[in-house]
Design a protein around this ligand. Sequence first.
Ligand code: FAS
Ligand code: PHB
Length: 390
Amino acid sequence: MRTQVAIIGSGPAGLLLGQLLTGTGIDNVILDRVSKDYILGRVRAGVLEEGTVRLLDEAGASERLHAEGLLHSGFSLAFDERNHRIDLAGLTGGKHVTVYGQTEVTRDLMHKRESDGARTIYAADNVAIHDFGLNRPFVTYESGGRTHRIDCDFIAGCDGFHGVSRRSVPESAIGTFERVYPFGWRGVLAEVPPVSHELIYANHPRGFALCSMRSATRSRYYVQCSLDDRVEDWSDDRFWDELRRRLPKEDAEALTTGPSFEKSIAPLRSFVAEPMRFGRLFLAGDAAHIVPPTGAKGLNLAASDVHYLFEGLRDHYADGTMAALDAYSQRALQRVWKAVRFSWSMTMLLHRFPDTGAFGQKIQHAELDYLVHSRAASTALAENYVGLPF
Ligand code: FAS
Ligand code: PHB
């Protein structure tokens, strides 16, 4: 088989890139090691920046998002038993975020890809990438007891943190930067109405909590938990009780609880690989960087990477230039590091660390108090949260 761009990974990054390429007449094939249903069974991000929504518009996969997504103009920071609203729209000249689950984004992109007749190979075993330092790279994978080969011009490594793409780069050619946080997020999905019409990020001496949602009838909640915890250690009753204890009284009393139908524990890390381009191999999304979900940036960074990479590929196939592809890594990393900083700062501000102690809690509260009462500080928070320009 031959294609122009081989894309490894059928998550948001791979699917969005594939859709933008297909819409421009650039042939591409997506390979994923798992099934389509397995991918759709994963519950992850929930907040989309306007730039991400625009890319989904361009990809022709945003009809349901505009019909069902929830437009949010603010969120609250909860501390000292009170909620403090951050007026995103008022502080950023009218910008919003859209609450719409990553699972639905992925479903919409898969549906559009299938209706466009573009090729996706699921359950592709032992994907390997070859000769990406030369001009004739190729990919191999196993399926049906045979090894298959795909010759291509470029390879997009959109295969997430544990994928094969970054691991195929010689250690001498790549630099990594990492911070692993000493706690995780215990998350649940439940068919109960959200406690508030907007998100609530809570700083509490017992630990962080987040109230989010997927619709007016489906809620998404998280509490900070120990890395030693297992999913089965948290009954629904224990989760709801702990969430109530970390929220202001008005929210705790208004909380509607019910049986959870999805439970997870996610570890938190900050990670960046530099550069993001190796000859004909380009890394995008979680394959190149990971952020703690505190700033709702992971999925949105995947989108901005794809924006830069698509522009480079489009220009190359239009007039043979490599200029935008040569600039990809530097352009993407400039935005990546700003989002990594923001996600790190939100995580440091809102969580309990082993060494936070009484003094650390006072410093966090002083920073939160300054943040919510200073227009300059709130504006800085708001413009990072809605997403810095691409
Ligand atoms: P993905 O990991 O989504 O997709 C990579 C794809 O590559 C997968 O389908 C995988 O099967 C495939 N793949 C991997 N190895 C392969 C191989 N060797 N061969 C072929 N295919 C391979 N972000 C937020 O903004 N908010 C959140 O609340 C949030 N919560 C998260 C919770 C968890 C548990 C995780 C892991 C991430 C979370 N994220 C969150 C971040 C997440 O949304 C990512 O940023 C987003 O999935 C990035 O998309 P991709 O880069 O496409 O990577
Ligand atoms: C979610 O709804 O899953 C969500 C929202 C905001 C975050 C993280 C996760 O910062």
